[in-house]
Design a protein around this ligand. Structure first.
Ligand SMILES: [Zn+2]
Length: 393
């Protein structure tokens, strides 16, 4: 087993433990209120309590004349029973979904999974051998997915918490609703999670830039694209597509001349030209500049009117044009707060991004734009400062 695999295995175990802790119902004895009048159900429930007497009964709740739900806990593992109130039979949660709504219910669950997880994770969850386990908690249904195969032949447990508001119309039993709930936010960036910014220089590059946007979207990731001014007009639809994907754009000069080889007046005139073209396309101002080759002198640094963003991880994708080398370089060098430099000019880079984003996710990273990493790391950007990373100082 390679070192990388061990690291991933380690972080996944932490992940599993976290999930098990998160989904454990809170102990709340006041919720133990069931007193069914139905004999069959009563008998069955007593029997279940006896069979599970080595476990702690954590939930015992009746939902109208339809369902009695029991949950037992032992060694961090929950065992749930859905007892039919009328017959006393133990059934599956899906038996308490309106029969003509089962497909709609399943579609809703898939939609919520896609909001929460990257596409490769959703696909792994939807695989045939994955076991589903349902638990009812205050205000929500929690689904545990067991045996999910994400990578390296290693199985893991994932979960989805579904607010009752999302599924109330599909259920045959009435539930108490959280009136504050509006809608599922989906994937949210977390300031406590490891974070890297990914950046692409030298675009816009039409189909390659657009394909990178698709890959970013599938992985719940954002990026910042540093574009060359004289490419912007012909690439205007790509520019708009970048903004539609909630990614950011910065200046990468007007014609990729090293600023150190220009006079200050030439640099400032070129920046103004790039800004003007960008504004004519988007109606917005550029916030960032990445000087070509990362090269500035003190005079230029002190004169630029955008935040100056360089990088600290450089796989030299333009030099090697080798997918595996790019992926390997990123995975062996990455740490929290890094800024990765890539170029959306090469197919090898597009393929490297396709491969590395799921791997970064499995290593516990969220991949974001420059504005997002600054925000997540609590940094207020300042002018005349060269940013290479956003590590906690
Ligand atoms: Zn460049």
């Amino acid at each position: 087993m390679k070192k990388n695999n061990l690291i991933i295995l380690g972080s996944s175990l932490v992940f599993i433990l976290l999930i098990v802790c998160l989904v454990m119902p809170k102990k709340d004895p006041e919720k133990l209120t069931t007193n069914p009048k139905n004999d069959e159900a009563l008998v069955k429930i007593e029997k279940l309590k006896e069979e599970n007497s080595d476990k702690e009964l954590t939930v015992n709740r009746q939902f109208g004349d339809v369902l009695i739900y029991l949950n037992f806990l032992k060694d961090g593992i929950n065992t749930s029973y859905f007892v039919d109130y009328a017959s006393g039979e133990v059934k599956n949660l899906e038996d308490f979904i309106k029969s003509d709504q089962l497909e709609a219910f399943q579609n809703k669950i898939t939609e919520l999974l896609k909001l929460k997880y990257p596409t490769f994770v959703v696909e792994a969850i939807m695989a045939e051998n994955v076991n589903k386990e349902y638990h009812l908690e205050d205000g929500s249904l929690v689904i545990l997915y067991d045996n999910v195969l994400l990578d390296f032949e290693e199985e893991t447990i994932l979960s989805l918490r579904v607010n009752f508001n999302e599924i109330k119309d599909y259920l045959t039993f009435a539930v108490e609703l959280d009136t504050e709930y509006e809608n599922e936010d989906g994937y949210l960036y977390d300031k406590n999670k490891k974070t890297v910014a990914i950046t692409f220089d030298d675009g816009p590059n039409g189909s390659r830039t657009n394909e990178i946007l698709n890959i970013l979207e599938a992985n719940k990731a954002h990026a910042t694209f540093f574009m060359v001014g004289n490419r912007m007009k012909s690439g205007s639809s790509t520019i708009l597509n970048v903004l539609n994907h909630n990614c950011e754009i910065g200046s990468h000069s007007y014609n990729h001349t090293s600023m150190k080889r220009q006079t200050l007046n030439e640099v400032m005139a070129d920046e103004a030209k790039t800004e003007e073209i960008y504004k004519s396309i988007t109606g917005k101002d550029l916030l960032y500049t990445r000087p070509p080759y990362g090269a500035v002198n003190t005079e230029i640094k002190n004169s630029l009117t955008n935040f100056i963003i360089n990088w600290n991880i450089d796989p030299e994708d333009w030099r090697y044009r080798d997918k595996d080398r790019i992926v390997e370089h990123i995975l062996t060098h990455v740490s929290d707060g890094d800024v990765i430099l890539l170029h959306d000019s090469y197919d090898s880079t597009v393929e490297a991004v396709r491969e590395v984003l799921p791997k970064l996710y499995l290593k516990g990273y969220q991949v974001v734009s420059i504005g997002e990493i600054a925000n997540l790391k609590g940094r207020t950007l300042e002018l005349n400062t060269i940013y290479r990373s956003f590590k906690k100082s």
